[in-house]
Ligand binder design. Structure first.
Ligand SMILES: [Fe+2]
Ligand SMILES: [Fe+2]
Length: 221
């Protein structure tokens, strides 16, 4: 069964903690490096340094065990580009995304901001992928579709959408995410409930990895 493979939780102790993008770059294919480099200036702008490196780490881990046909170029483009829209939001709009300082304002602004970062990200993703050699128009359309709906789509568009979005969600279970957002130990139960919540993850492989990451987070945070 998919849950039976051995997975060791991510150990970032040897990673560069300035999160400057170099921890994962060497593991990417040439085409993916070109996308990564073009996208990096727009990553991790919500005081969430390390997010994109974790997401891409998980996308690579999922690719190793994925049990359905998957177009790696599309899934990796979706994973790398999914959140670049945050880096394209004007500063005054980005400032509205302040969950800690004002939870009421955050709740009010969140749907608008989620849509905005997806819309801006989809436009930029198409621009970036159109300049990278080797992507067909169908692959670009597919990756842009992933970016366009990654936070708001109900259900999954494709195997590639499932992989990219599972990789994004796996971040939430990591030590680093708890370090960034400090949700506290009370949040552990909520995270545990997400793992088996219908529709949360696309794949059992992701559930397996999430459980292992959460166990480490629970133990070490
Ligand atoms: Fe997002
Ligand atoms: Fe994300």
């Amino acid at each position: 069964m998919t849950r039976s493979f051995a997975y060791t939780p991510l150990d970032t102790s040897s990673w560069n903690r300035s999160w400057s993008g170099k921890n994962i770059w060497h593991r990417l294919a040439q085409q993916e490096r070109t996308v990564w480099d073009a996208a990096f200036p727009y990553q991790d702008v919500r005081n969430d340094k390390g997010h994109i490196e974790h997401v891409v780490y998980f996308a690579l881990a999922l690719l190793e065990h994925w049990q359905e046909p998957v177009d790696r170029s599309v899934a990796m483009a979706g994973a790398i580009l999914h959140d670049i829209g945050w880096g394209l939001l004007p500063k005054d709009e980005l400032a509205l995304f302040a969950p800690v300082s004002d939870p009421v304002a955050f709740k009010r602004n969140e749907p608008y901001l989620r849509k905005r970062h997806q819309d801006l990200g989809a436009i930029k993703a198409r621009e970036i992928l159109s300049r990278v050699p080797g992507y067909s128009l169908a692959q670009i359309d597919h990756a842009v579709e992933i970016v366009q709906g990654h936070d708001t789509r109900q259900g999954f568009y494709s195997s590639e959408d499932g992989l990219a979005r599972d990789a994004d969600k796996l971040w939430r279970f990591t030590l680093r995410c708890f370090e960034v957002y400090k949700p506290g130990r009370d949040a552990l139960a909520l995270h545990r409930a997400w793992i088996d919540k219908p529709g949360f993850f696309y794949s059992d492989i992701s559930r397996h990895i999430a459980a292992a990451e959460l166990a480490q987070t629970e133990q070490r945070s």
